[in-house]
Design a protein around this ligand. Sequence first.
Ligand SMILES: NC(=O)c1ccc[n+]([C@@H]2O[C@H](COP(=O)([O-])OP(=O)(O)OC[C@H]3O[C@@H](n4cnc5c(N)ncnc54)[C@H](OP(=O)(O)O)[C@@H]3O)[C@@H](O)[C@H]2O)c1
Length: 184
Amino acid sequence: MKITTLGRGNIGGTLARLWTQAGHDVTTLGRDGGDVSDADVVLVAVLSETVPEALTRVTGLDGKLVLDATNRMSEAPPEGYASIAEYIKAQTGGPTAKVFNLNFGGLLEQAAETSPKPGNIWVGDDETRAAVEQLTHDIGMEPLHGGPLELASVQESFAVMLMGIVADRDEGLLYYRFGSPQSF
Ligand SMILES: NC(=O)c1ccc[n+]([C@@H]2O[C@H](COP(=O)([O-])OP(=O)(O)OC[C@H]3O[C@@H](n4cnc5c(N)ncnc54)[C@H](OP(=O)(O)O)[C@@H]3O)[C@@H](O)[C@H]2O)c1
């Protein structure tokens, strides 16, 4: 797959490395932006408050399949939208998923050696399923589909609870997974 990441920090940079190792053709863009016309998949991994500006610095986004990994902690989504993911979709007009926001950049490198596989919750448009599943499996994680893009605001809000769980357990960063009773 040809992938372009908007953002090359903890999340964008780490996923770019892992996807390159998995054989994908990955380009990373920073705050100066660039062109994404070539990409099959665009990952948005910039701070939430910079999403509108980041999108304006990029050309070729129309109709692109976008994976939105952004989190907002206390701040509201862009005015008029329930979530950042739906705001992004309104700008691109393409299939969109909210994914990779409920995992920690600092744990992604170890995921492939972890058993059982850590989960990666996502919501989004049906047309994104194949890309989300492949790019999640490619880094050693288990995709967990929670529903349509209309649930992106729930997924964005859950990040606050995930941070709360991490703080409460005092064990450092955490993975999560779902399983049948037999698998526990
Ligand atoms: N860190 C995590 O564990 C984690 C986990 C899940 C989700 N997230 C979410 O992922 C997103 C990125 O987090 P991060 O930790 O990867 O951040 P980060 O390490 O600070 O990287 C931010 C990236 O955004 C770019 N950027 C900054 N301002 C910009 C602008 N105005 N326009 C376009 N790009 C701009 C930076 O470009 P330059 O390279 O040019 O400086 C940099 O590459 C955030 O929404 C965060 O909530 C993070």
